[in-house]
Design a protein around this ligand. Structure first.
Ligand code: VGL
Ligand code: ZN
Length: 208
């Protein structure tokens, strides 16, 4: 069984959002086309309480981009984003949501961030994603969404570790690039770890 995974295509990560990814909106039509080729589609949402430890605003004297120790883990501080119930946390209205069967929420614990759709950053608590995909008999996972060098990157690495044949759809993702080449490095690293980099046109061919 194949599944399409759509990571964090939320307003705050799109142009005009609080943690905007350059050209993040460009991937939405690509994902909408991809969706027509899949029987199982799962989306994730970054879903932080307002007091989340990854927000610079919750650490006096700190600004976004600073790195702190959060409960023993290195944590990059971000602008407030994807606050539970806020418009920025909504999936983009441009994303076709009618075929999404399951939405997995992550980043709800204020004390630990969760970049991966499978685990928190301390690799201690699992989301419901792996169980769900196992129940559906998923073997191949096609990963899309935002951001290529943060949540998509850690999701792909965990998917590989969990044994999924994992494809990264390269034109269906964009990165934050806190440092200029973060996204190209992330692509290289995912490929080195065993992910298959594929263009959306080729996914559609492969699925036929
Ligand atoms: C993300 C930074 C902070 C992401 C989430 O979805 O890539 N990035 N929280
Ligand atoms: Zn976040």
């Amino acid at each position: 069984m194949d599944a399409l995974l759509i990571v964090d295509v939320q307003n705050d990560f799109l142009p005009g959002g609080s943690l905007e990814v350059t050209e993040g909106d460009k991937i939405i039509p690509v994902i909408n086309t991809l969706q027509t080729g899949f029987g199982l589609i799962v989306a994730t949402r970054d879903w932080h309480p307002a007091n989340h430890g990854s927000f610079a605003s919750n650490h006096k004297g700190h600004k976004p981009g600073d790195v702190i120790d959060l409960q023993g883990l290195e944590q990059i501080l971000w602008p407030d984003h994807c606050v539970q119930g806020s418009p920025g946390a909504e999936l983009s209205p441009l994303l076709n949501q009618s075929m999404i069967q399951k939405v997995v929420f992550k980043g709800t614990d204020p004390k630990v961030d969760s970049y991966s759709a499978f685990f928190d950053n301390g690799h201690r608590i699992q989301t419901e994603l792996h169980d769900y995909l196992q129940k559906k008999g998923v073997k191949r996972l096609f990963v899309t969404g935002l951001a290529a060098d943060v949540c998509v990157y850690f999701t792909v690495k965990d998917a590989l570790d969990l044994g999924y044949e994992t494809y990264l759809v390269t034109d269906a993702t964009r990165g934050v690039n806190l440092k200029p080449h973060d996204t190209s490095k992330a692509f290289e690293d995912m490929e080195k770890e065993g992910a298959r980099l594929i263009k959306s046109d080729d996914v559609m061919k492969l699925r036929k």
